[in-house]
Write a protein that binds this ligand. Structure first.
Ligand code: ADP
Ligand code: MG
Length: 576
């Protein structure tokens, strides 16, 4: 399991070079008061080497300037590299997760991991590291030099230090807690905005803008309140630190001033001493920050690690078997969704059916009867139990995933189009496809004419940041996408539900050409769509209740026959 240190070690070259630059800058900063002290002593004794000292100070400042740039680039740059690598790793992992993972995980939480948690790790690897190293050099060296100037003065100066430590620790805790609350309030606000913006159409159609606005106000106010509570501690904390700094300086003036007049400490050393004292304050604060940076970073990395440790993709089989035939066999399949174990009845119960190679299976049933569930189990979007779903006589769990999915052309019930051109959306499974092939697939799916009529034809952008397609258009683009991959097995989940009955019939007639020689699972809510299928099954609450050919089912006079009569009557009414 990776820790912050593991990540830093991977970039050790840059980190050590950055450290080196940081330490040299600290060195230059630490020499500066000594030079100033010398200059003051020279002034007091009337010697005039001021130009020389001035040049020294300029030189040191220049070295500090250059190397500060270098360490910032190296150390902050490394934290950004770690950020990129960690985010890429997390993203790749999320892509490899099975659908069941997304079934149980909330999008908001995943977003938080990908943003806030990664930010916290970046913070720990960048500023967290710097705020450890810097004080580690600055505090002991400053104290050492101060002791060498005057032990008594150093001890007096140290009197307010314990108070400073107590102040830092208590305030550090309070600031940390309030900062977390600000973050939470911010996430809540983001979630609210996201939800209302994605649901804006529903919101408007129910004229709920004012309600949403009222609902938004407290969330908005909470963020301000939490931020103000943070501002208030900061408002006390910073002046308090300054006050303590002032107090040490006052003590030094009393105690040290006396030593100077008595001639025990030179004026220059006194000035240098005062400078070291004020230089100590920042590193003292930095130590407190380092602790909080590292705590947050390692807590966040822990959360990311938990995600990364989840087993990726549905396990690949240990004994892969090539997919040869394309007959489909479902054997006594009972399926319960992960996370839905509490539910009264499984999504599918004891379903058994066989589809010969090249044949078409029609699947019908009411909403919620398990049709889509069945469709998802074939390409293993969800994993079926062992030995229940077989393709070409081989358990789908034994077939290498890449091979399995390449063989199946799956059109989900609610297809998704990416923010890209229509052509890119159709060629999604085969980015190398020729334009002609894309158009042929679109033609077969009955959408070519409509695409051609779009402003930019096949180059029209669709999805989030483009033209919105109707449900029926999206479905047909998804069909074209599946056809283009030339699959051996076709799984269509009610792919024309949003198209009118006449158009559905025309498209299906065209598609039958394509279906020839391929094994087809055709789900439909309109029975006319599956009328020609070699075999039809009727699902009800996850159970297979009727099966046979169209005329057999009609003759049987069960659910299928009743629904058929109803739908025929509806069409007559519609055509009046
Ligand atoms: P259909 O496609 O026939 O309308 P589904 O297969 O979508 O039916 O749903 C069958 C049952 O499984 C329903 O009770 C539904 O609530 C449940 N279900 C569907 N998808 C999920 C899911 N991702 N997680 C948990 N339960 C689900
Ligand atoms: Mg469905």
């Amino acid at each position: 399991m990776d820790r912050i240190s593991t990540w830093l070690w991977r970039y050790r070259g840059r980190v050590f070079a950055g450290f080196l630059a940081l330490v040299v800058v600290d060195g230059a900063t630490l020499v500066m008061p000594l030079v100033v002290g010398r200059a003051v002593d020279d002034l007091a004794t009337g010697r005039q080497h001021l130009v020389q000292y001035g040049l020294w100070i300029l030189g040191l400042a220049f070295v500090a300037l250059v190397l500060r740039y270098v360490w910032r680039l190296l150390l902050i740059g490394t934290s950004r590299r770690i950020e990129r690598a960690l985010r890429a790793k997390l993203y790749a992992h999320l892509l490899s997760m099975p659908a069941s993972f997304y079934n149980e995980m909330r999008t908001g939480d995943l977003m938080a991991h990908a943003t806030n948690d990664i930010d916290a790790v970046t913070g720990a690897c960048g500023w967290g590291l710097i705020t450890i190293i810097d004080p580690l050099v600055m505090i002991p060296v400053s104290l050492g030099i101060m002791l060498s100037i005057d032990v008594r003065m150093t001890l007096y100066a140290a009197i307010p230090l314990p108070i400073l430590t107590v102040v830092m620790l208590t305030f550090g805790k309070v600031i940390h807690r309030r900062f977390e609350r600000v973050q939470e309030a911010f996430s809540a606000l983001m979630e609210k905005v996201r939800e209302n913006v994605s649901g804006i159409r529903v919101l408007k159609s129910f004229a709920q803008e004012s309600g949403s606005e009222r609902d938004f106000a407290p969330t908005n106010q909470r963020l301000v309140d939490e931020n103000m509570s943070l501002v208030r501690v900061h408002g006390v904390f910073h002046p308090l630190i300054e006050l303590l700094g002032g107090a040490t300086l006052a003590i030094i003036l009393w105690v040290g001033g006396a030593s100077v007049t008595r001639g025990q400490v030179s004026l220059g050393n006194f000035v240098a001493f005062a400078q070291y004292l004020s230089m100590l304050i920042w590193p003292m604060i930095a130590v407190g920050q380092a602790v909080s940076f590292l705590q947050r970073g390692s807590a966040s990395l822990q959360r990311i690690n938990v995600l990364l440790a989840l087993p990726a993709e549905i396990a690949e089989t240990a004994s892969p078997q090539p997919l040869e035939g394309s007959s489909l066999e479902i054997r006594d399949l009972t399926f319960v969704y992960p996370g839905a174990e509490e539910q009264a009845s499984p999504a599918l119960s004891n379903v058994t059916v066989r589809v010969e190679e090249g044949a078409t299976l029609g699947v019908v049933g009411l909403t919620g009867s398990g049709k889509s569930t069945l469709a998802h189990l074939i390409p293993r979007v969800f994993d079926p139990p062992d030995g229940t779903v077989l393709l070409g006589g081989v358990d789908v769990r034994e077939i290498p995933l890449g091979e399995l999915r390449a063989a199946i052309g799956f059109v989900p019930q609610d297809p998704f189009l990416f923010s890209a051109t229509i052509a890119e959306n159709i060629a999604f499974g085969r980015p190398d496809a020729e334009r002609e092939e894309i158009e042929r697939a679109a033609e077969l799916a009955g959408i070519h004419d409509e695409i051609a009529a779009f402003p930019d034809g096949y180059e029209t952008r669709v999805g989030e940041r483009g033209l919105s397609l109707s449900g029926g258009q999206k479905q047909r683009v998804a069909i074209a996408r599946a056809l283009l991959c030339d699959p051996k097995i076709v799984v269509f989940d009610d792919p024309l539900s949003a198209v009118d009955a006449e158009r559905e019939e025309v498209i299906l007639t065209n598609l039958r050409q394509f279906f020839r020689g391929r094994t087809c699972i055709l789900i439909a809510h309109r029975l006319s769509a599956v009328k020609e299928a070699n075999h039809i099954i009727v699902l009800d609450k996850g159970r297979l209740v009727e099966s046979g050919r169209h005329d057999e089912l009609i003759a049987r006079g069960g659910i299928y026959a009743r629904v058929w009569a109803l739908q025929q009557a509806e069409r007559k009414v519609e055509s009046l």
